[in-house]
Design a protein around this ligand. Structure first.
Ligand code: PAN
Ligand code: ZN
Length: 186
């Protein structure tokens, strides 16, 4: 029987994923209007400045029941006023679908919010492993001075509901206070 080389490789130090058809999105300042609290500070940033990007493997079409997706998110270091660079965040469109996150490099926070808008956060450091519960919005925040990267594995039928977050946001924000991250009520 044939033994073949792996199709994809994940560099466990950096999170870089290589292989056929690795695809991702880039989120620059111009894509994140309304996400950060300090609009004045936001308007001072270069619109094309990179905030985060992903490198993902989608082995089955989006929406397929029973499949999984795999990918890394890289968040640049930076702040908008006192608020750390972060992802848009979302509930899953099929809100009961869970997800796992695991940190490769840098330091950050996983900010979670349930459907009653209770918000909490877990520290993310290399090796930290996180299981996002069902019905829980999730957003990641780079609280360090270097690129923060983490992997994710999620069901291919989960989908993304960005609209609820665009409309109502999270009930707390990760801010730098005296040099350290604090979760502040929004
Ligand atoms: C992740 C996220 C990724 C980017 O793969 O999609 O970190 O964050 P936003 O999607 O909120 O912009 C995931 O949670 N997938 O379900
Ligand atoms: Zn998700």
């Amino acid at each position: 029987m044939k033994i073949s080389a792996p199709k994809f490789m994940t560099d466990w130090k950096t999170g870089v994923v290589t292989g056929p058809e690795v695809q991702g999105v880039e989120r620059r300042v111009r894509d994140l209007d309304g996400v950060f609290a300090d609009e004045g500070a936001f308007s001072q940033l270069r619109p094309d400045r990179l905030v985060y990007r992903t490198a993902c493997v989608f082995p089955v079409p989006e929406g397929t029941e029973g499949g999984v997706f795999w990918g890394t998110t890289f968040i640049e270091p930076g702040t908008v006023g006192a608020e750390y660079f972060m992802t848009k965040g979302h509930f899953h469109a099929k809100a009961d679908r869970m997800e796992s996150y695991f940190t490769f490099a840098g330091t950050g926070l996983l900010v979670l919010m349930d459907t009653a808008r209770n918000c909490w956060a877990e520290e993310m450091t290399p090796g930290s492993t996180h299981l996002i519960p069902p019905y829980t919005a999730h957003r990641t925040v780079n609280t360090g001075d270097d690129v923060f990267s983490f992997g994710a594995c999620w069901p291919s039928d989960a989908g993304h509901d960005y609209d609820s977050i665009a409309e109502s946001g999270f009930s707390a924000r990760a801010m730098r206070v005296d040099g350290s991250p604090v979760l502040v009520p929004a």
